[in-house]
Design a protein around this ligand. Sequence first.
Ligand SMILES: [Zn+2]
Length: 342
Amino acid sequence: MNTLLPTSIAGSLPKPLWLAQPETLWSPWKLEGEELVAGKQDALKLSLFNQQQAGLDIVCDGEQTRQHFVTTFIEQLSGVDFTNRQTVKIRDRYEASVPVVVDQVVRKQAVFVDDAKFLRNQTKQPIKWALPGPMTMVDTLSDQFYQSREKLAWEFAKILNQEAKELEAAGVDIIQFDEPAFNVFFEQVNDWGIAALERAIEGLKCETAVHICYGYGIKANTDWKKTLGSEWRQYEEIFPKLQRSKLDLISLECHNSRVPLELIELIRGKKVMVGAIDVATHQVETAEAVADTLRKAMQFVDADKLYPCTNCGLAPLPKQVANAKLSALAAGASIVRNELNG
Ligand SMILES: [Zn+2]
């Protein structure tokens, strides 16, 4: 990136009313068949337009083509039974009815590659594409086949690598892996989580990112945050190993959060996507508040490695709020960019 402080979002944006129920996470599609295919493409264009209107430097699909950031990917794999579901606890936090791994998991066809090509054809700007990370995929399933979280993660890593290579060939500039589970299972992250992620990016020439957040602004997450005390030091457990990993960028929650920003020092040398927009409130940040978070982060990340971003996805927010937050992000980054350019 030649732009100083290039802005982007962590992932999702609200879906239009005619595609899926807004302000609801993971709501089902309102269209089907060819209408759904066309509807997703129109929504992707609209989401791209909103990012461009706000002035973002790196753009994405706003996750308009997926219902859920993990299961939409898993649905396309064989070896997973979606009909006879089981209830498990996700990220040790909330119970959910999930699909079951009943056989070897195999990627029979590309999952998002056509969508990525469609996005690539709409813009010459750098594009970022998000995939679920192996550990978070494992944590969103019940496994009756491999009987080992590590083994299943390794299989997913190989599958993700196949998909990532095709996304790269389609012209994606940054491939991001969403790993909220990294904020919960520290021992496993250090044992095999980061290694699995490195397997997923093996041989890629494009840039790679990992997004580690405290989740969407939903009740299960805000309740969990209340139990974390006055300082959230979760990142501290995994940053030393991430610093030595092959990932290029690390996407973090920083704004309105209790994460001590000095923890970012532990990943010095990496590019850091600094979350400067809170996704858990409808209140729109001022440009100055965004700038303030970026300035604070700059004590621990060199300016040429700082990527202003959102804390997490904006999907559950009303679209006017989400769009205003995109503009605030761009405006805040612009203030700091001007200061740096003196
Ligand atoms: Zn997130």
